[in-house]
Design a protein around this ligand. Structure first.
Ligand code: AMP
Ligand code: MG
Length: 488
């Protein structure tokens, strides 16, 4: 089949394939028997300049299933390494194919990657495939994150392959089309630093700077500026996760982007009841990636990034280490200021007072003590409604009084406070029981309506509409036992 690239709206470039060959492997597509469109993201397609209708027909489907690569596109798997739960390993795209970089009508560049597209030189014993459930899960949660205003990779489509893949049982195989401002990871730099030359590492850094931080320019300390810029974006990103109760679940260095976008929706989930120790991932027995640890792990991963960049920071290693340490020192303050600013907004606070942090901590302490739902507590404060877990509790009433007094000390009107809180506190998050119900209907019964309705609700989480009310309900007692899984 010859692919009419222009008809489908593809406008591909291939800068990654012009990087040193060590950084990727060119691979042939792995055709599948019969591709079927399960879900397609029309608004994303439009913003990318793609022809949504044509992409769902035979030719388009052939591309989204990895059966055909448009001639102008790429067909490569990226090499990377990573610290997985603290241990360093060689990884790479074991089941993903970069099919090109789409240049949008607005001139932006996005990687188009198929996930679940078959084996690559980096597959290590894996089958290179993905099951329908986990791909739909990534679709739902990444789109929910986008709705929440959190930088993230996006999901263009999920197709089934017509093949069954073996997991704990036979499951329908699927391929998700992931859209990312790039797939550069901390682990990409670790790979280059470990197995490449300094020139190759420099080429990768120059590429990342040009793609994500062009404002840095050709100044003398550009690699230090680059490190600091990534650190700033990650500090802001992780603060955003904390502010909505998002738990990534597998913050390995290969799952931390250089762009500052959230990537790799494996065992992630949103917290219901507020408990800083919450962990959902079945393999995270030690709680390394628990909610409360995410900011610190972000710092740990950035230290690994700095290590990879050392040869570019200074010729003498000792000096380079000093430079890196000094830069890293800023991370916790940066994170804290983003988190504080976000928490103030969640409470309708416009200006800064020293005591704000104590006020915030006191509320969080009460939420933990009384097992209050994270999202609904802030939602109820926003709507001035009573709260199941907290209302009637004298300590909460006392806190509420202090909070009201704090709000009275600022100039802004009640309306302004309400507007700020509405903008800062989502009515809906992709609650685990809702996501599971959508996936069960889709995978077990071929009923995609439940998922489509959920996606519609999650698109505008700050709308606070009546139809969202249903989706605000907290799950039953078994919620604490919710378990998520990696790489399935
Ligand atoms: P993840 O847990 O998705 O971050 O994946 C970690 C590593 O395992 C990456 O190198 C993936 O490409 C690889 N991987 C995950 N699942 C598979 C699979 N089914 N086949 C081959 N490689 C895989
Ligand atoms: Mg990964």
């Amino acid at each position: 089949m010859t692919i009419d690239t222009a008809k489908l709206g593809w406008n591909f470039d291939n800068t990654y394939s012009r990087l040193p060959e060590k950084l990727y492997s060119t691979i042939d597509p792995n055709p599948v028997s019969s591709a079927k469109m399960i879900i397609f993201n029309h608004s994303l397609a439009e913003s990318l300049g793609l022809n949504g209708e044509a992409l769902q027909e035979e030719e388009g489907l052939a591309v989204l299933a990895g059966n055909e690569v448009p001639p102008e596109g790429a067909s490569l798997a990226q090499a990377y390494a990573g610290h997985q739960f603290g241990g360093f390993t060689m990884l790479g795209d074991g089941r993903a194919l970069l099919i090109g970089e789409q240049i949008t009508p607005g001139g932006e560049r996005f990687d188009i990657q198929l996930k679940g597209s078959g084996r690559t030189p980096y597959s290590r014993g894996g089958d290179g495939r993905a099951a329908l459930g986990p791909m739909l899960r990534e679709y739902i949660i990444s789109e929910a994150m986008h709705g929440l205003g959190i930088p993230t990779t996006r999901s263009l489509a999920v197709v089934t392959t017509g093949e069954r893949i073996m997991r704990e049982r036979l499951l329908p195989g699927a391929i998700m089309t992931r859209v990312a401002s790039s797939h550069l990871r901390v682990g990409t730099f670790q790979y280059a630093a470990n197995w490449g030359s300094v020139e190759e590492l420099r080429a990768l850094a120059d590429y990342a700077i040009e793609r994500h931080y062009p404002e840095i320019g050709k100044v003398e300390e550009r690699y230090l500026d680059f490190f600091k810029a990534v650190m700033k974006r990650q500090a802001a990103l992780i603060a955003k996760w904390q502010l909505v109760g998002f738990i990534h679940g597998v913050m390995n260095t290969d799952n931390m982007t250089i762009s500052g976008d959230t990537i790799d929706y494996g065992p992630c989930a949103f917290m219901d009841v507020y408990d800083p120790k919450t962990v959902f991932s079945s393999i995270d027995a030690q709680g390394r990636y628990a909610y409360e640890n995410q900011p610190r792990i972000g710092g740990w991963n950035l230290a690994r990034f700095a290590e990879a960049l050392l040869p570019l920071l200074h010729q003498e290693q000792e000096k380079a280490v000093e430079i890196a340490q000094e830069a890293l020192y800023e991370y916790s303050g940066l994170y804290k200021s983003h988190w504080l600013a976000g928490m103030r907004a969640k409470l309708g606070i416009f200006n800064e007072e020293k005591e704000d942090e104590a006020l915030i901590d006191e509320l969080l302490g009460l939420m933990k003590e009384h097992s209050a739902d994270f999202t609904n507590t802030f939602r109820m404060l926003t709507l001035d409604n009573t709260m199941d877990a907290l209302s009637g509790k004298p300590e909460f009433d006392a806190w509420h009084g202090k909070w009201q007094t704090r709000l009275e000390r600022q100039q802004e009107s009640k309306e302004a406070v309400h507007t700020l809180m509405k903008r800062s506190n989502p009515a809906v998050i992709p609650r685990n029981h809702r996501v599971e119900a959508a996936l069960e209907a889709a995978v077990e019964f071929g009923n995609y309506g439940v998922m489509e309705n959920l996606l519609k609700i999650l698109k505008y989480p700050f709308a606070h509409t009546e139809e969202q009310e249903d989706y605000c309900a907290v799950p039953g007692d078994s919620a604490g036992d919710y378990r998520t899984y990696c790489g399935t």
